[in-house]
Design a protein around this ligand. Structure first.
Ligand code: NAP
Length: 288
């Protein structure tokens, strides 16, 4: 029986155990974590792996690239150039869990909005949207036709990240300063959907502001108190909070884990490259 091998390439100094554990739960036999992976040293790892496994072995070898968003994307693109027939393996991109987390979040928001038409043309504000999860969420929402604004504590960073995202989606993503409460409220004033994607423990929207803003849907992916949205509960899955349908971090996280396990299984069935679009398709299927 050919062993199912999961390579985890992390651009950070320490390989994140999260994805290794999920791979074991997705029935891989062996997980091999590599930390500090770069565009340069990835060649060494690949060139010393592909010749060790025969055709069946390569089909049963899957790489996940994680860590920093931009560095992971560059490694993912490099692997696309390197892994040519007959030396092909599946590669999954999921930097800081951003592809699977954003996919789960947006699929759940889409369902609450009554389908894709409930998002197209709507204004969405992503509070602290400059991190990996915020950025991939912005891309998915823009691709669904939403008018997206991302905030940052820094005006320059908001503008820089929004400009990078606008190039990627070939449409406008707006950047706004959201350091102070009144700045974040200003950026949310037209939003029918507000998504909080801030770092752990950063509260971005208080209950009084939420009552005044009256969005239709709110979602918060921060699972560590204080949460990104005041008074939200981790397991909220469409229940109402201050007039808005709410999604809490664990309701999103449960779907994220399912999506990731599904992708890892699919990567053994189909040898190819998987990114946030694949994660979103699977998240949509799982929310039907
Ligand atoms: P991240 O990069 O750590 O942080 C996102 C943004 O938060 C940063 O770009 C930063 O933006 C802002 N920020 C940092 N410290 C802040 C502070 N003290 N006050 C206000 N804003 C601050 O986050 P990520 O990796 O994208 O993940 C986002 C969140 O999702 C995290 O809370 C993470 O734990 C959570 N997460 C949840 C799940 C789930 O299943 N529910 C899965 C994965 C991740 P600026 O510097 O531009 O202001």
């Amino acid at each position: 029986m050919v062993k199912k091998v999961f390579f985890y390439f992390d651009t950070n100094k320490v390989a994140n155990p999260f994805d290794l554990l999920l791979a074991l739960d997705a029935d891989y036999d062996i997980v091999l974590p590599y930390a500090g992976v770069t565009e340069e040293n990835v060649e060494y790892i690949i060139n010393n792996s592909i010749f060790a496994r025969d055709k069946e072995g390569l089909k049963n070898t899957v790489i996940m690239v994680g860590g920093d968003l931009d560095a992971s994307e560059r490694i993912f693109q490099k692997l696309k150039r390197m892994l040519r027939p007959p030396f092909q393996m599946s590669v999954v991109l999921d930097p800081s869990g951003a592809c699977t987390t954003a996919a789960a979040t947006i699929a759940k928001i889409e369902k609450l909005a009554g389908g894709a038409n409930g998002i197209r043309g709507k204004s969405v504000t992503i509070l602290a949207g400059t991190g990996p999860v915020g950025q991939i969420s912005a891309i998915l929402l823009r691709n669904l036709g939403a008018h997206v604004t991302i905030t940052s504590r820094s005006k320059d960073k908001a503008a820089k990240v929004a400009s990078k995202l606008s190039d990627e989606v070939r449409g406008k993503v707006k950047g706004a300063q959201g350091n102070l409460t009144n700045e974040r409220c200003e950026s949310c004033k037209d939003a029918s959907i507000i998504l909080a994607t801030g770092a752990i423990g950063a509260q971005l929207l208080d209950s009084e502001s939420l009552k005044k803003l009256k969005p239709g849907i709110i979602a918060d992916i921060n699972a560590v108190q204080p949460y990104g949205i005041e008074d939200i509960k981790l397991d909220m899955d469409g229940e109402t909070l201050n007039g808005a349908k709410a999604l809490g971090a664990c309701a999103i996280g449960d779907l994220k884990n399912l999506v990731e396990k599904r992708i890892l299984k699919k990567a053994l069935e189909e040898t190819r490259f998987f990114d946030y679009n694949d994660a979103f398709m699977l998240a949509r299927e799982l929310t039907k």
